[in-house]
Design a protein around this ligand. Structure first.
Ligand SMILES: [Zn+2]
Length: 187
């Protein structure tokens, strides 16, 4: 019996100090937070179901560990995602956002909570949506910016169209004046 209470006391102290170190607010975590944060800190946070296969692909050991945690796995609804797509097309970040990125921002918007990410495009869209952003490791700036397309040939610039091809590669389209590739540029 004494042994049991000894164990209980240690457990209570342990939980208390974990709670002191990591105040239990529910934030939305991107995959780099799931990879880099202490495992205890990830517990109970909001994550996208779409991250599961990504995490499994990047670091299988980590995924097996995360899978055992009591995480709040969710997916955003079509309407919630559409709000993010609209904002991202205005800021010009849309062509570079993945489905996982869009889902995570939408979850932060719909739950009115903090988004934890080091991805500056996601940070930019989240801030434009009025969402608080926290960095995983870097101390991110709070500056707001916009993306434009600039031709590498004739230097013509134009706004990023909302129907622009979404890709992680640099070439979004060709210049309609000279035919050279147009690259995304921060202004
Ligand atoms: Zn051109």
């Amino acid at each position: 019996m004494r042994c049991f209470f000894g164990f209980l006391r240690v457990w209570v102290i342990d939980v208390f100090f974990t709670w002191i170190r990591y105040p239990s607010f529910m934030a939305v975590l991107d995959t780099s937070a799931l990879l880099n944060w202490p495992i205890e800190r990830c517990r109970h946070q909001i994550v996208s179901v779409l991250q599961q296969s990504e995490l499994n692909r990047v670091d299988e050991q980590r995924w097996l560990l995360i899978e055992t945690l009591d995480m709040d796995w969710r997916t955003a609804t079509e309407d919630e995602r559409q709000i993010v797509l609209d904002i991202a097309s205005k800021t010009g970040d849309l062509p570079r956002l993945s489905d996982v990125d869009v889902d995570l921002i939408a979850l932060a918007v719909s739950n009115k909570t903090t988004l934890v990410t080091d991805d500056y495009r996601m940070q930019n869209v989240a801030r434009a949506a009025g969402i608080e952003v926290q960095s995983v490791v870097t101390s991110g700036g709070t500056k707001q910016w916009k993306w434009v397309l600039r031709c590498i040939g004739c230097r013509k610039t134009e706004d990023v169209a909302s129907d622009a091809r979404r890709s992680r590669s640099d070439d979004v389209k060709e210049c309609d004046r000279c035919g050279a590739p147009m690259k995304l540029k921060r202004v």
